[in-house]
Design a protein around this ligand. Structure first.
Ligand SMILES: C[S@@+](CC[C@H](N)C(=O)[O-])C[C@H]1O[C@@H](n2cnc3c(N)ncnc32)[C@H](O)[C@@H]1O
Length: 217
């Protein structure tokens, strides 16, 4: 079965993924989904969320999301957004912001967009207004002149990590809006790395500095 056909049980219908129908008396808890209890839960979720309704899972993650947001420019249909969403979900980011075009290819998200808050901003000004309203520092990520190495930079706890797209990189507006620009040290021959990979590295830098690791799965 193709991923796109996976439907409500997500991913694939392979029997070995997840758990089968609930055995014994059903739990009396509205977080559980009767359909999943009856048919089994084949979704790609951690065991703690087996048989839970999607809304219940999102509500639970909301109680412990990290105060960093992730934003990516999408003026040319960047194909890395799905990867960014998937990683943001894994690290319990507060939200992912798509700046520019509303449409993006969801395949790389591997259904994690169902559990991640997503917001759209038509332009960088809209994103920076959102950040200012929430008291979030805008941290741009690109290897532009004046950027500081993320390996040694202190990342603000409440922030928006703002990434550029393949090809043009960060727009001039995005660089001007940032209070800090960080770059990832490279040692090879290429000018830059994939934006989705860069997003994972910088999100993890935030995790190393600010997350409570005793609360990870
Ligand atoms: C493929 S890069 C393109 C632009 C890049 N400035 C260049 O010189 O080619 C796309 C995005 O990935 C991120 N990125 C890639 N390599 C990076 C690096 N070494 N340091 C920081 N960000 C990087 C940035 O957000 C960047 O806007």
């Amino acid at each position: 079965m193709e991923l796109d056909e996976a439907g409500p049980t997500e991913w694939t219908a392979r029997e070995e993924v997840g758990v089968g129908p609930w055995q014994g008396p059903w739990p009396d808890d509205e977080r559980y989904d009767p359909e999943l209890l009856a048919n089994g839960d084949r979704r790609n979720v951690v065991d703690a969320y087996r048989y839970w309704r999607r809304e219940a899972i999102v509500a639970d993650v909301d109680t412990r999301r990290h105060p960093f947001h992730v934003a990516i420019e999408n003026f040319q249909h960047d194909h890395n957004i799905g990867t960014v969403v998937r990683t943001a979900n894994a690290f319990a980011a507060a939200a992912v912001h798509i700046v520019g075009r509303r449409r993006w290819n969801r395949r790389g998200a591997m259904v994690t967009d169902r559990y991640q808050h997503l917001e759209h901003h038509p332009d960088v000004a809209s994103l920076t207004a959102f950040a200012a309203g929430r008291g979030l520092a805008v941290v741009a990520v690109d290897n532009t002149p004046g950027s500081v190495p993320v390996e040694t930079a202190e990342l603000p706890r409440e922030c928006v990590l703002l990434f550029g797209q393949e090809g043009p990189g960060l727009s001039a507006e995005a660089q001007e809006a940032a209070s800090l620009v960080v770059s990832i040290a490279q040692f090879g021959t290429t000018r830059s790395i994939n934006a989705g990979v860069a997003a994972g590295i910088v999100m993890h830098a935030w995790i190393r500095q600010h997350a409570d690791l005793s609360r990870s799965w």
